[in-house]
Every structure is written in structure tokens, then in C-alpha cells.
Write a protein that binds this ligand. Sequence first.
Ligand code: F6P
Length: 332
Amino acid sequence: MEKIGVLTSGGDAPGMNPAVRSVVRTAIYHDLEVVGIKRGYAGLIENDFIEMKRNSVADIIHRGGTKLLTARSEEFKSKSGREKAFKNMQAAGIDGLVVIGGDGSLKGARAINNELDIPTIGIPGTIDNDLACTDYTLGFDTAMNTILDSLNKIRDTATSHERTFVIECMGRDSGYLTLMAGLAGGAEFILIPEIDFTLEEVNKKIVSGFEKGKLHSLILIAEGVEKPFEHLSKYNGSPGMALGEVIREETGLETRVSVLGHLQRGGSPTATDRVIASRMGAKAVELLIDGQRNKMVNYLQHSIGYCEIDDALKDEHKIDMDIYELARILSL
Ligand code: F6P
């Protein structure tokens, strides 16, 4: 192995920059050349490559987003798109690739491994923490702390006005980010797609909370919750907005909604994200040097290791019911 490529793909996540820095500097340490590919798989197809030197990754360890830019490429899903990418990589002399991203990005990495002669290693990077075979995906801790910061601020104003607040969090189909932020933030109710609930239960609990003397009600809802709202004609894809309306109509309580949106994806990576990103980046390069392919670097029980990309994509990261139950008990 002489020259490796590195790209970030899909939704950005805080921690991608420290991971890129670690890939580049570990590779240079092992006398490898490094090529940065801009805008993920789109850049592979469009031949948008830059040479990465030691100082190309200076001053990025503390920055959110990704210096390499990112995109979701439809063209790469087609065989012809991947062939273009392969030709560009061959012409550039890239003989190993590191892909940093979520499940869509890992599917792309798997396709490269299966169809092309370029060993590719994945690093899990998504705020959703929804991949199997790893306890952690880069960006999760920063996003959780961002939600927590918002929740603390909303708590202040919710208490002053004795209001109910619905706060909608990201996570795509997964409720993991919402659950952990809800436990850490002391939310009264955590609503996630993995756990069934009825709107009647939610209304009942809010009303009884105020009757018990609570000064506010904070409800965290994951963007992936759909089922309870599907029958509502006014449902427009935001479960938070829909829930706010239902609570207002059914209970008459003064209710506000905050959809946190993309602010959850930005910000300087936390120490946890920087440490794990640095360790994962180095591991990815070592795996390539060892002749591995089709693997995803993982983080299990505080150790860095690896698994088959296939296994990481097979299943979703499961919700820990004990954590859900604990959050429920503590919100009495
Ligand atoms: O997968 C990361 C994520 O932030 C999800 O939580 C969210 O559903 C999605 O990306 C949003 O994607 P986009 O930035 O393309 O709107």
C-alpha cells in the first residue's frame, strides 16, 4: 500500500474533522501518501481530489462539520457511477480508501469492496448512533450535548411560564439520540419510534404532572415517530408540531414546540468525539496496512476494534429498555 484516499459522506457529524486529521497523520507517519476526496462519493465520481499533507489537517481538530465537505450521491448508487469512481481512483494511484459516514456511506464502502479492487475501511460517523456492531458513532456525544444545552434553556422559560414544551430531535428512524438526551436532560416524556405509545397516555401524564405540582412539562420526541399521527389530516411530517397541536386541543394547556433541526449537527466536537475519532482514524489506517478490507472500525466496551461492514449494516443499534424504563421512573 502506497497511497490511500479519505472521504466523508452523508450527513456531517462533529468528529469527522478529528477523524480525517487522524487518518492523514497516521498515514503520513507510516510513509503513505494521502488523497482527500471532496464531497464524498460525488467527489470520487467527479475526480475532485486534493493532496493531503501534515498541515492540510492543521487546526481542524476542534471544528464541527467536515473540511473535506460531504454530500449524498445518487449517482454512486448506480454501477456506472461506481465505475467512473473506480477509474478516477486508479488514475490517482489510490490503493486503499477510508470512508467516514453513516449507513448509506457504509453501503457505498461495501460496494467498493465487493466490486472494485480497492480495499475500503469504514469509520462510523453519524449523530444518530444507529449502526450495529459498535457502541458509538462519531458525532453522537456532541449532538447529545447540543440537545441538552437547548433543553436546559427551554426548561428555564418553560418553568417561568408553567408551560408544556415539545422538543423534536433528529435521529432519522432511530430514537437513540432522543432517549439519551431525554435521560440526561430529565425530560418528563421521551417518545421514540421503537416504543409504542398513545396520545391519550401523553395527555394524561402531562395533566397529572401539573396536578402534582410540576411547573412545566418537557417532552422530547424523535423525528422518526410517525404511527400515532398517521391518521391526523394535519400531520405534515413533523411529529413535534403534530403533538403540540394535539396537546393544545385535547388539554387546553399552553404548549410550545421547538424543532431543533440541523443545529444538532453542528458545533465543536466534544472531548469524547475527538478522542474516539482520533483512535478510529488511526485504526482504519492500520487495518489497511494489515491488508484488511470490507471492515468497519468499531468501539465496544471502550475498546477500538473492527467488524465486517456487512454486520454493521445488518441490524440497527437497539434501544436499551432499561435506560428507557429508568428515564420513565425518574420523571415521576
Ligand atoms: O443521519 C443524520 C441526520 O442528521 C438524521 O438525524 C436526519 O434525519 C438527517 O441526517 C437529515 O438529513 P439532511 O441534512 O439531508 O436533511
